[in-house]
Write a protein that binds this ligand. Structure first.
Ligand SMILES: Cc1cc2nc3c(=O)[nH]c(=O)nc-3n(C[C@H](O)[C@H](O)[C@H](O)COP(=O)(O)OP(=O)(O)OC[C@H]3O[C@@H](n4cnc5c(N)ncnc54)[C@H](O)[C@@H]3O)c2cc1C
Length: 438
């Protein structure tokens, strides 16, 4: 009933809360709820089957998987369209599964996700290229780290890994400079936007409805079931931090299953779920990564992706190319703090690439690409990693939390889905459907 009405309404409004305010949704109950501040908020209540919070690649993959299994899904996103946050701001690399500790979720989902992703791309005509990757040691001191990566990749079941002497790698890539390289034939690139568009289409072919411009403000647990408080994003845009969020006009959704895939906002949102065990919510850290584009070159300098040895917080300033042939270098690592809840809900991050950061890029890139010309880098774009570990801390694994950890049946939280999150998305969706659908 709800999905049907929302779908009908979406043709001219695209926003679930607006639909309710105009009387379009068959609200099962309407009323006023007294808030702790003493103020009253107008609240309508609706039941739903599955609600996915966030239409990034994770939310889209989960929605598709749930609807393939016959479930009715409502996807809510604060933005005006899908993929507005991190899913449009990454390297677009299909990772092989090398860097992660054996048996970690990152290793498991990356390897499985890569297989599913290549298969999906082939079957659905999504542009992609398994171009292979060289991870390079540019000095003797880096060779043990390369050996460790070879060991990890092999343990993780990545096929075809081969250690190359510097001269072998440089014969394959004449513009490269290195003393040793690890060749990963399974790595590649894809058109992330086409993939997301295809996932939206597949989800909609099933029983999925999308409501954009719709922000989940928080929720509460009643009888071991989560109730979500949902508002129009528009009503938050002018929010100045004064009036309590809970006083805004809201729709209260009561789903059987909620998947919180709000990316950078996942922890902030979970902290606004009253009645769940907040002690299990991991800390949030944010690390911006900037990209610079290569200008004035006749074509990509390399046929393979080229990555240096990983640095703290990231995989190092690497060479990649998109499917149109545009060369980019990045991302670097810049820790940011002071992110408030509304900024994370509304994706109000500073994504501007400061041209001065190029000064640090030139020497990093020239370690493996010495011919890089002066003035050839132009500011590109940036993305922000949703990290669970901060500076100087060891890297953290993905966290997928169900009722066994936070105590609420039917709530699944996805935390820290940084790289290789895109590669892992179809595998994580498969896992969620298998583990949490009753
Ligand atoms: C610089 C960088 C490079 C990367 N490179 C790669 C790579 O090459 N390969 C790879 O596999 N992975 C890569 N990743 C990781 C990958 O991009 C992410 O893991 C993936 O995009 C995360 O998707 P998501 O759906 O979890 O989050 P997002 O794409 O951030 O989506 C979250 C959605 O939730 C919505 N939202 C937030 N709060 C609310 C709310 N309160 N109510 C409603 N909606 C809300 C947002 O609007 C957003 O659309 C990279 C990441 C970064 C930052």
């Amino acid at each position: 009933m709800l999905a049907c009405l929302v779908r009908k309404r979406m043709k001219f409004s695209g926003n679930l809360v607006q639909t309710w305010k105009l009387g379009g949704v068959g609200a099962s109950a309407r009323g006023r709820r007294r808030m702790s501040s003493g103020a009253e908020a107008v609240v309508a209540k609706e039941r739903a089957d599955c609600v996915v919070i966030g239409a990034g690649v994770l939310g889209l993959a989960v929605a598709r998987e749930l609807s393939r299994r016959g479930r009715e899904v409502l996807v809510l996103d604060a933005a005006a369209s899908f993929g507005a946050a991190t899913s449009s701001r990454n390297s677009e690399v299909v990772h092989a599964g090398i860097y992660y500790p054996p048996n970690s979720l990152k290793a498991k989902f990356c390897v499985r996700g890569r297989e599913l992703l290549y298969r999906y791309c082939s079957e659905h005509g999504i542009p992609h290229r398994k171009m292979g990757k060289l991870i390079v040691a540019t000095g003797a001191s880096e060779i043990p780290k390369l050996d460790l990566l070879m060991h990890l990749g092999t343990q993780n079941g990545v096929a075809g890994l081969r250690m190359l002497e510097g001269f072998e790698a440089m014969r394959m890539e004449p513009r490269l400079r290195c003393v040793k390289a690890l060749l990963s034939p399974e790595s590649g690139i894809l058109d992330t936007h086409s993939l997301m568009l295809s996932l939206v289409g597949e989800a909609e072919t099933g029983k999925t409805t999308f409501s954009y411009n719709t922000t989940v403000l928080g929720g509460r647990v009643e009888g071991n079931q989560i109730h979500l408080h949902v508002a129009e994003t528009r009503s938050l845009e002018s929010w100045n931090g004064g009036e309590s969020l809970s006083q805004m006009q809201q729709l209260e959704l009561i789903p059987n299953l909620v998947v919180n895939s709000a990316g950078l906002a996942a922890q902030a949102l979970t902290k606004r779920f009253h009645g769940i065990n907040h002690r299990v919510i991991p800390p949030s850290h944010y690390a911006r990564g900037c990209y610079f584009m290569l200008s004035g070159s006749r074509g990509p300098p390399f046929d393979h992706l080229v990555y240096p040895i990983p640095e703290e917080g990231g995989l190092g300033v690497h060479f990649t190319v998109d499917l149109t042939g545009q060369v980019k270098f990045g991302p670097d690592v810049e820790w940011i703090d002071g992110v408030d809840d509304i900024s994370s809900f509304l994706n109000r991050f500073d994504y501007v690439v400061n041209p001065k950061r190029a000064e640090k890029f030139y020497p990093e890139i020239r370690k493996y690409y010495p011919e890089l010309k002066d003035e050839s880098l132009e500011p590109g774009y940036s993305g922000i990693r949703p990290k669970l570990s901060g500076p100087k801390q060891p890297p953290a694994d993905f966290v997928i939390q169900g009722g066994e950890s936070h105590g609420v049946h039917g709530l699944v939280n996805l935390f820290g889905i940084e790289s290789p999150g895109f590669t892992s998305s179809l595998a994580i969706a498969e896992h969620i459907a298998t583990r949490f659908l009753k």
